[in-house]
Design a protein around this ligand. Structure first.
Ligand SMILES: [Zn+2]
Length: 329
């Protein structure tokens, strides 16, 4: 099978032939249909996880068809239509995979999806309705649960004021869920086309970050940009009972600075791991919301690439040209 292998920090990914090994306990072989491009993939490519895993296979959200299951797997069976995600669900936790290439072994995680066929761990797959569009379904693996999950699992409700910093796949998923629930929300970014995209697609005001004038205002603020100033602003813009939720990441060695008196007064600063979602419960829920028209996930996809063009997608994501990009296998 063909796979996009990270051989050097900074990339580009190299399309190579890999051998699919025999399945071990708890592993599931899937044929990948679509895989989403996430900012975390760029962090990996740029060496955030270190160089010790190289050569490495990345990608962590996909729609797929189950081909075969290893021993002990009971949750899915061959021909099931599934979402693959880095977020944990029920089932066995299998060992990370190693694929054989002409140049030696290639490392992968328990859910690495930038490849035609992927071996994923049972606890990283969940079956969904075959009616869900295969492109949209890929985004149920990371962007949607992380973004929408924050709204649902942190108890953000209509009547509360919400700020979302950073309009990418995660930020836009949070906006889409907030919009569906009728939560008053304001979006911030630095790219004009993204601000326009928000006002065209949602009933939500969007402002350039530099024009930000809110202090002591929001009940909740979600940070999805991975930008230091935005992260600090996420805390600063809260009212004295407000909660800041950090979903983005900074570069290694970069820190944020906040006024601790805000904490003394009652502000809360939290982070989120996958929107606190549980794969088996939350992904089918968002799939249902999608099918019933309340969660038009496909709107988040603003760029599509074939597998050979994966590096173009990565470049577009780096350059700020995408909400979410998707790779077709
Ligand atoms: Zn992701």
């Amino acid at each position: 099978m063909k796979a996009a292998v990270l051989r050097n920090i900074g990339g580009p990914l190299k399309i190579e032939e890999l051998e699919v090994p025999k399945l071990k306990k708890g592993q599931v072989l899937v044929e990948v249909l679509y895989s989403g491009l996430c900012r975390s993939n760029i962090n990996e490519i740029d060496g955030r996880k270190g160089a010790e895993f190289i050569p490495h296979l990345t990608g962590h959200e996909a729609s797929a068809i189950v081909m075969e299951v290893g021993s002990g797997v009971t949750k899915v069976k061959a021909t099931d239509y599934v979402v693959c995600s880095w977020i944990n669900g029920s089932g066995l936790t299998a060992q990370p995979v190693k694929y054989k290439s002409a140049k030696g072994m290639v490392n992968a995680g328990t859910c690495s999806t930038f490849c035609e066929y992927a071996i994923v761990s049972e606890n990283k797959v969940v079956s969904i309705s075959e009616e869900v569009n295969t492109r949209a379904a890929a985004l149920l693996g990371c962007a949607v649960p992380t973004g929408a999950g924050v709204i649902d699992h942190f108890g953000i409700k209509p009547g509360q004021k919400l700020a979302v910093f950073g309009i990418g796949g995660i930020g836009a998923s949070a906006l889409m869920r907030a919009n569906a629930l009728g939560i008053h929300c304001i979006a911030f970014d630095v790219l004009e086309w993204k601000l326009q995209w928000v006002s065209e697609n949602f009933k939500i005001e969007a402002f350039h970050f530099n024009k930000f004038r809110y202090r002591n205002f929001f009940d909740f603020a979600i940070e999805c940009s991975g930008n230091k100033l935005a992260m600090e602003m996420t805390f600063e813009c809260l009212n004295s009972n407000g909660t800041a939720i950090i979903a983005g990441n900074l570069k290694p060695g970069e820190n944020i600075s906040i006024d601790p008196f805000g904490l003394v007064r009652g502000k809360k600063l939290l982070g989120t791991w996958g929107g606190e979602c549980f794969l088996d419960k939350d992904i089918p829920f968002y799939a249902k919301e999608h099918l019933e028209g309340r969660f038009p996930v496909e709107k988040l996809i603003t760029g599509s690439y074939n597998f050979n063009g994966i590096n173009n997608g990565i470049r577009d994501l780096k350059d700020g040209n995408l909400i979410r990009g998707i790779i077709k296998f």
